[in-house]
Ligand binder design. Structure first.
Ligand code: UAG
Ligand code: ATP
Length: 486
């Protein structure tokens, strides 16, 4: 494809010919190849502009930059924002795949992954093949392609959308993280539907957002980039999130003003099963059972139904879809012998932890045990808050390691203890996560609910830049095997 065609729709100035055939779009000089265009991104650690000449020496024929760059032997195209340019160029390079599918974007602090799986489950029941891009990876049919980020770089997003369209998907659901929106990873196309789940303080500090306002403003970007916005009006932030929206708006929630409403929530439980039932009001009027526990599952299900309504699904598709949905690492039950319940959950901040613990408390466990740690090189406030929440809500907190990254695990645990000490909650520190899980299982009593919080779907533990394999399902199976219980 010609460079000038890839640049269509962008404002730019070029210092050479744009009548150039472009073989690929590259934003890492180490991957540059003959005939490619190199896009210089300003990152958290490096400035891609510094590597432009290196990319040209490896064969790049054009360099897309947002400030002056020293390059000889290639056309230089100056744009205002290279991340936005990468998105526009990628959409063109992959033939605007968003026009060949209906793309749904989800934003919100919590519930994106779960809701995306619910949408997929309902749509696939209706015969609409649905691709997913999100925290668990990119899902196309039975394949799960692992990705580094919840919302990958725009080039990867467009490439995946192309693949989905070519493989017969009628819909794609993208988790649009606030950082993904900020960094234009989902720019360059219009979403059919944008969904807002909820908003609470998170992702502030470190390499993430500068302030709560910036975090909220990034989420709001989605509603200037979709045809229809669907929002949870029980969350007071919905007005701020939709400020300046350019789309039509629809609402869901328990509030009587919501267009799609839930009522009559009832918890469902029997040995080895926790779920929730509720009734729909508004455009649909029937009851549904969701095979994931708790009040927040009602919100996620309601959001999924509100989206799927626009795909013409039937009552049966909704019932069956929500009945069959399973999300790896989201309140995921792990089979154990004995009369206690063991769950793996991705809750890795205070809001999710509060939600999951309050939710599980409603199922009246003998004891509620929460095993958790906290990530290194992320906001420290998260640790204090998690300690405080677990100390307040769990009968026993088992404090251990999560992804310590480049920090010392004991420093992270000390921060968690600061929060725990604000409560009179009982706790024990076992820094080795496998040992901590074993402790929980060996000391489980009848009727206990044990939640292994934080790792969710992840199958690794990140320590000092190395990802060591750790899948909590396997850890549990190994413990049972060692103890002759499997
Ligand atoms: C802080 C941040 O957002 N970092 C992301 C970013 O990497 P970076 O900014 O560090 O890149 P960099 O190393 O500074 O390099 C800048 C540029 O120079 C280029 N370069 C660099 C070296 C070289 O020799 N040649 C070269 O060309 C790089 O390829 C890059 O284009 O670009 C990478 C590729 O797109 C991302 O994988 C990476 O996400 C990291 C892993 C990350 O942790 N991001 C978090 C903050 C994040 O994005 N989180 C959100 C929200 C998650 C949630 O909701 O829970 C997400 O969507 O994942
Ligand atoms: N609607 C919700 N409101 C509050 N908490 C929720 C909600 N849905 C799920 N949770 C809790 O948050 C955890 C993460 O849920 P999920 O992965 O669906 O959210 P997410 O928005 O994708 O989160 P993240 O950005 O952290 O990946 C769940 O395991 C559950 O404990």
């Amino acid at each position: 494809m010609l460079l000038k065609d890839l640049l269509e729709g962008l404002e730019y100035q070029s210092s050479g010919s744009t009548e150039l055939e472009i073989s690929d779009l590259i934003y890492d000089s180490r991957k540059a190849k003959p005939g490619c265009a190199f896009i210089c991104l300003c990152g958290a650690n490096a400035d891609g502009h510094r590597y432009a000449q290196q990319a040209v020496e490896a064969g790049a024929v054009a360099v897309i930059a947002q400030h002056g760059v020293e390059v000889s032997g290639a056309t230089v195209v100056l744009v205002e924002d290279t991340r936005y340019a990468l998105a526009v160029l990628s959409a063109a390079y992959f033939g605007h795949p968003a026009k060949d599918l209906r793309v749904v974007g989800l934003t919100g602090t919590k519930g994106k992954t779960t809701t995306s799986y619910m949408i997929r489950s309902i749509l696939e029941d209706a015969g609409i093949k649905t691709g997913l891009i999100g925290t668990i990876g990119t899902v196309i049919g039975d394949r799960v392609i692992k990705t580094e980020n919840t919302t990958p770089e725009s080039y990867e997003v467009q490439k995946s959308l192309r693949r989905m369209a070519d493989e017969g998907c009628g819909a794609a659901v993208i988790e649009a993280s606030s950082i993904g929106l900020r960094d234009h990873r989902v720019s360059g196309f219009t979403f059919s539907i944008g969904l807002f789940t909820n908003f609470s303080p998170d992702h502030i500090g470190g390499n993430e957002h500068k302030s709560l306002e910036e975090y909220r403003a990034c989420k709001a970007m989605l509603f200037r980039q979709c045809e229809l916005g669907i929002v949870n009006i029980d969350d007071e932030n919905w007005k701020a999130i939709t400020e300046g929206h350019t789309c039509q708006l629809e609402t869901y929630g328990f509030h009587p003003d919501a267009q799609l409403r839930a009522k009559g929530e009832r918890l469902l439980s029997c040995p080895g099963y926790l779920g929730v039932h509720f009734e729909l009001e508004g455009p649909y009027q029937f009851g549904v059972d969701v095979d994931i526990p708790g009040h927040f599952s009602v919100y996620n299900a309601l959001a999924a139904i509100a989206v799927c309504r626009h795909f013409g699904v039937t009552e049966e598709n909704i019932r069956r879809g929500l009945n069959a949905v399973k999300v790896k690492g989201r309140v995921e039950p792990v089979k154990v012998p004995g009369n206690y319940t063991l769950l793996i959950d991705y809750a890795h901040n205070a809001v999710s932890m509060e939600n999951i613990l309050e939710t599980l408390r409603e199922y009246h466990p003998n004891r509620l045990i929460c095993l958790f740690g906290a990530g290194g090189n992320r906001a420290r406030s998260r640790r204090y808050e998690m300690g405080e929440v677990s100390g307040r809500l769990a009968d026993l907190s088992v404090v251990t390691a999560d992804n310590s990254r480049f920090e010392d695990v004991m420093d992270i645990i000390s921060d968690i203890e600061v929060g725990l000490h604000k409560t009179d909650g009982k706790y024990i520190v076992i820094p080795d996560r496998k040992e901590a899980i074993k402790y929980c299982m060996d000391h489980a009593q009848e009727g206990d609910i044990i939640v292994l919080a934080g790792k969710g779907h992840e199958d690794y533990q990140e320590i000092k830049g190395v990802k060591y394999h750790l899948d909590e399902r396997e850890v549990v199976a190994d413990i049972l095997k060692e103890e002759g219980l499997s």
